[in-house]
Design a protein around this ligand. Structure first.
Ligand SMILES: Nc1ncnc2c1ncn2[C@@H]1O[C@H](COP(=O)(O)OP(=O)(O)OP(=O)(O)O)[C@@H](O)[C@H]1O
Length: 574
C-alpha cells in the first residue's frame, strides 16, 4: 500500500484524472454508499416487518408504514445500483479513453525512443493490459473502498448514538475485515501477483516473437517446440493464478466467519439494548438482517485492496512512458536544408561510437555513408532526426537543432529504409500516407516516377487493390517502389536512404537504385549502404570506422587515388 501511495505521488497517469474528474468520482462513491444503505435499510425494515407481523398488531400503522418503507427501499436499492453502474462505468470509460488517447499521443511524439526502450510485446502489454488494469483500479478498488469507508464511518456513528461501547467493538471487528485482512493479504500476495504479471507480460513478448518469427519456426521444423514453450509459461501462470485463487478463497472464508461473529455480536447487543422493550424481538431481527448487505460491501473492499498490487506494476510501466508535450509541436521551419555535423561525438553510456566527426551537405547534394556493421551509421541518422543528442559538438539542419523542427521535421526529411512498412489497406491509401492532401494526378505522377504505373494498370482493382498485411501482396522490389512513391508524394527536400535495397537481388537492386536516384534527383540524399552498386550517383562518399571517417571523397576521386576503394569497387562489380 505504501508502495502504491509512493507511486501515485509521482504519477501522471491516474492522479491528474482523479483531480480533474472529482465530481464523477464522488458521485460514484456516494451512489455506491446509497445502494448499500438502501439494501441494509430494506433488510432492516423487512426483518422488523416479518417479526412484527407475527405479533398481534395494536395499530395497523405499525404494519402499514414498514410495508410502504419496504417497497420504497426495495425500489430504491436497484435504482441506486443502476444509476451507480451508469455513473461509475461512464466515468471509468471516459477516464480510460482519455488515458488511451494520452498513451497514443505519448507514443506518437516519441515513437523512436519508445521503440528503443520497449519491445513490441511490452508495448502490446501496455496497450492491452495496463489500461485494463486502470479500469479495475477504479471499479474494483477505488469505488468500493470509498463507499465501504463511508459505510464504516456512518454505521459506526449510527451505532454510537445507541451505545458507544458497542460502537468500539463494532469498529474493532470491522477494522479486522476492512483494514487488517486486506493489508495482510496484500503483503502475503505481493510476490505471487508480481510473478503473475511477469508471466503475463512474458506471454505477450513470446506471442510477439512467435508471430513475427512464425516463418522461421516453421522452416526450422520447430513448431512443436514453440507450442511446448508457450505451454510451459501458461502452466506456470495457471499455477500462480490457482494459488492466488486459493488464497482468496481462504481470505473470503475468514471474512465470512468474522461477519458471522459480527451478526452474533449485534444479536447479543440488540437483545441487551432493547431487551426491556416490548418490540425487542423485532429490533433484534432488524439489526441482524441489516448486517448482510453491509458485509457484502465490506468483502468487495477487501477484494479491491488485496488486488491493488496488480496496479502498481501497470502504473509504474505507464509512468515510464514520456509525458505527451502540451506545448505546440508546430516547430520552426528551417531557412535552408543544409545539414551540418560539427565535431560531433556520441557515446551510448561508456561506449564511444562517434568521435569528433564533421561533414556538411548542401541542398541537392548526395552522400553515401559506408562502414562495417556497428560502425555508427544508424547513430548518425538518429542524431540527424533528433532522436539522439550529441555528447559533444553540434548537429544542425538549416542552422537549427533537429528537435526545434518538431512537426516541420517530416516536411523536411523523409526516410526510405530497409523495409518501409506497407499497411493492410489499398495501394492508394498507402501512397497517400506521404501526403493526405495530394491530388489524384499527384498520386499517379508519384507512381509513374517510382516505375509502378504498368504494374498498377495491370491490376483489376488498380489503385484500390488491397496490399495485404505488410504489403505481402507484392514482391520486395515492388514494395520498395511503393515506399518510394510515398516519399515522392511527401515531397521532403532531404531523403534518408537506409539500405533500401539490401534485401533485393543484384539486378532488382540496380534497377530500384536507378529509379530512386532518378526520381529524387533534385533532393538532398544521405544514403547508408554496404554495397558500392550505384555509388556513381552520389557526390561524396564517407567511410566510417572506429568512430571517424577513414576515407572520404567523390567516387571519381576515390577511384583515382584510393587503392582500397578501387579494390572494394572491383569486388562489388564482380
Ligand atoms: N541503444 C543502444 N545502446 C547501446 N549501444 C548501442 C545502442 N544502439 C546502438 N548501439 C551500439 O552502437 C554501435 C553503433 O550502432 P549503429 O546501429 O549506429 O551501427 P551501424 O553502423 O548502423 O550498424 P549496421 O550496419 O549493422 O546497421 C554498435 O556497436 C551498437 O551495438
Amino acid at each position: 500500500m505504501k508502495e502504491l501511495k509512493k507511486l501515485l505521488a509521482q504519477d501522471h497517469w491516474v492522479m491528474p484524472f482523479l483531480r480533474q474528474q472529482k465530481r464523477g468520482l464522488w458521485s460514484s462513491i456516494v451512489l455506491g454508499f446509497m445502494t448499500t444503505f438502501a439494501a441494509a435499510a430494506l433488510m432492516f425494515i423487512s426483518g422488523y416487518l416479518i417479526s412484527r407481523s407475527a405479533q398481534h398488531p395494536s395499530n395497523i400503522l405499525l404494519i402499514y408504514v414498514p410495508i410502504v418503507l419496504t417497497r420504497g427501499f426495495g425500489i430504491a436499492r436497484p435504482v441506486f445500483r443502476y444509476v451507480e453502474r451508469l455513473v461509475s462505468h461512464n466515468w471509468v470509460l471516459r477516464v480510460v479513453s482519455k488515458s488511451r488517447q494520452r498513451l497514443y499521443q505519448s507514443a506518437a511524439q516519441s515513437a523512436s525512443s519508445i521503440r528503443s526502450r520497449l519491445q513490441t510485446g511490452q508495448v502490446l502489454g501496455i496497450l492491452a493490459e495496463d489500461l485494463e488494469q486502470l479500469e479495475n483500479l477504479y471499479l474494483r478498488t477505488l469505488f468500493p473502498l470509498g463507499a465501504g469507508m463511508l459505510l464504516y464511518l456512518i454505521s459506526s456513528i449510527g451505532l454510537g448514538i445507541f451505545s458507544w461501547t458497542f460502537m468500539l467493538l463494532w469498529l474493532l471487528v470491522l477494522a479486522l475485515i476492512l483494514i487488517v485482512i486486506p493489508l495482510a493479504s496484500l503483503t502475503l500476495n505481493r510476490a505471487k501477483v508480481s510473478r503473475q504479471k511477469a508471466l503475463q507480460s512474458a506471454l505477450y513478448t513470446d506471442a510477439t516473437d512467435a508471430i513475427l518469427g512464425m516463418q522461421d519456426w516453421v522452416l526450422s521444423g520447430r513448431q512443436a517446440d514453440l507450442v511446448a514453450q508457450e505451454g510451459k509459461t501458461m502452466q506456470k501462470l495457471s499455477r500462480v493464478k490457482g494459488k492466488l485463487m486459493a488464497f482468496g478463497w481462504w481470505r473470503d472464508f475468514t471474512i465470512q466467519l468474522l461477519s458471522l461473529l459480527l451478526m452474533v455480536l449485534i444479536m447479543i447487543w440488540a437483545t441487551h439494548q432493547f431487551g426491556h422493550n416490548f418490540l425487542a424481538s423485532n429490533y433484534i431481527a432488524a439489526f441482524t438482517l441489516a448486517i448482510i448487505p453491509l458485509v457484502d460491501s465490506f468483502i468487495a473492499v477487501n477484494q479491491g485492496v488485496s488486488e491493488s498490487s496488480f496496479y502498481e506494476d501497470s502504473i509504474k510501466r505507464l509512468n515510464t512512458l514520456p509525458e505527451p508535450s502540451q506545448n505546440s509541436t508546430a516547430g520552426v521551419k528551417p531557412q535552408s536544408t543544409t545539414v551540418v555535423f560539427n565535431q560531433v561525438s556520441f557515446a551510448y553510456g561508456d561506449k564511444l561510437v562517434l568521435n569528433d566527426l564533421s561533414f556538411d551537405l548542401l541542398a541537392g547534394q548526395k552522400m553515401a555513408l559506408l562502414g562495417p556493421s556497428g560502425a555508427g551509421k544508424t547513430t548518425i541518422l538518429k542524431l540527424l532526426a533528433g532522436d539522439l543528442q550529441p555528447t559533444n559538438g553540434k548537429v544542425t539542419l538549416g542552422g537549427l537543432n533537429p528537435n526545434q523542427l518538431a512537426d516541420e521535421l517530416p516536411k523536411t526529411m523523409a526516410v526510405l529504409d530497409q523495409q518501409s512498412y506497407l499497411f493492410d489497406t489499398t495501394i492508394e491509401n498507402n501512397i497517400r500516407m506521404g501526403n493526405l492532401t495530394a491530388s489524384q494526378v499527384q498520386v499517379e505522377q508519384a507512381v509513374q516516377q517510382a516505375g509502378l504505373a504498368d504494374l498498377v494498370a495491370s491490376l483489376p482493382q488498380g489503385y484500390q487493390t488491397p496490399m495485404q498485411e505488410a504489403g505481402q501482396r507484392f514482391s520486395g522490389g515492388e514494395r520498395q517502389r511503393f515506399a518510394l512513391a510515398r516519399i515522392l508524394l511527401q515531397d521532403a527536400p532531404i531523403v534518408i536512404l537506409d539500405e533500401p535495397t539490401v534485401s533485393l537481388d543484384p539486378k532488382t537492386e540496380a534497377a530500384v537504385l536507378t529509379q530512386i536516384f532518378t526520381a529524387l534527383k533534385d533532393r538532398t540524399i544521405i544514403w547508408v549502404t554496404h554495397h558500392l552498386t550505384g555509388i556513381e550517383a552520389v557526390d561524396q562518399i564517407y567511410f566510417l570506422n572506429d568512430g571517424h571517417f577513414t576515407m572520404a571523397g567523390s567516387p571519381s576521386e576515390l577511384l583515382a587515388h584510393s587503392e582500397a576503394f578501387k579494390q572494394l569497387y572491383a569486388m562489388d562489380q564482380f
